[in-house]
Ligand binder design. Structure first.
Ligand code: PEP
Length: 250
């Protein structure tokens, strides 16, 4: 019922020419047909990567945007701009943006809304820090991030979003949540959305992110409420990404 989604997050890696070369290599991957594959690339590479991947089933997304159509926001990039460049997804509230750029739940909620206003699929990232995890606050933190992050959404629009559970202590650290730990949080997220939006929650895709690699993707994907992955480091190399998204290169 829920089509799995594997999303790469290239973060601030790859110049436009490196990104274009990598996109050419992606075209040679024999992708698992039952999965959607997405690459969220740096702003300057969205256009060229979209052009290279047009006509393939690989989707292109952005890693951020500013929640306004246009205006005097020096240095920012609008939903319209990313969409016109070829992005159909956007990551909202990645923990690096929350921590380094001090993005708040309220600001992230505006981004989720703006993405939907422009028919871009937002991937809302939630997740607890190590300190919060150790203090037993995982579920309360996630509940707060979700309640605020989704506050502008109605029952009709909720189906259009993707959620990524990314425990901050697992991002780029090599440590990952066990499949059971991740499943427990994913189940909690789905239940919470069900309580607020009804049965629509059953079709929302909830991705796991945090040191996903070829060695652990299958065991994570085997869990009932894990519908895919948001992959950072391992999405940067064709060898590891091709093994995560499906099969070996043709
Ligand atoms: C991420 O960037 O969202 C991420 C999960 O990174 P990594 O896979 O490197 O932990």
């Amino acid at each position: 019922m829920r089509r799995p989604l594997i999303a790469g997050n290239w973060k601030m890696y790859k110049t436009p020419s490196e990104a274009e070369k990598f996109a050419q290599e992606l075209k040679s991957i024999d992708i698992y047909k039952e999965r959607d594959i997405l690459v969220c690339v740096p702003f300057p590479a969205i256009l060229s990567v979209s052009r290279v991947l047009s006509g393939t089933s690989i989707l292109v997304g952005a890693q951020n945007m500013y929640p306004a159509k246009e205006g005097a926001y020096t240095g920012e990039v609008s939903p319209l701009m990313i969409k016109d460049s070829g992005a159909s997804f956007v990551i909202c509230g990645h923990s690096e943006r929350r921590q380094i750029f001090k993005e708040t739940d309220d600001f992230i909620a505006e981004k989720v809304k703006a993405a939907l206003d422009y028919e871009i699929t937002p991937i809302l990232c939630v997740g607890e820090t190590l300190q919060e995890n150790e203090a037993g606050e995982t579920f309360s933190v996630i509940e707060r991030q979700l309640r605020t992050g989704l506050k502008f959404l109605s029952g009709n629009t909720i189906e259009k979003i993707v959620i990524a559970y990314e425990p901050v202590w697992a991002i780029g650290t090599g440590k990952n949540a066990t499949p059971q730990q991740a499943q427990d949080v994913h189940r909690f997220i789905r239940k919470l959305i069900e309580q607020n939006y009804g049965q629509s929650a059953s079709c929302i895709r909830i991705l796991y992110g945090g040191s996903v690699k070829p060695e652990n993707i299958d065991i994570l994907m085997a869990e009932a409420d894990i519908d895919g992955a948001l992959v950072g480091g391992a999405s940067l190399k064709i060898e590891s990404f091709s093994r995560i998204v499906g099969f070996q290169r043709i």
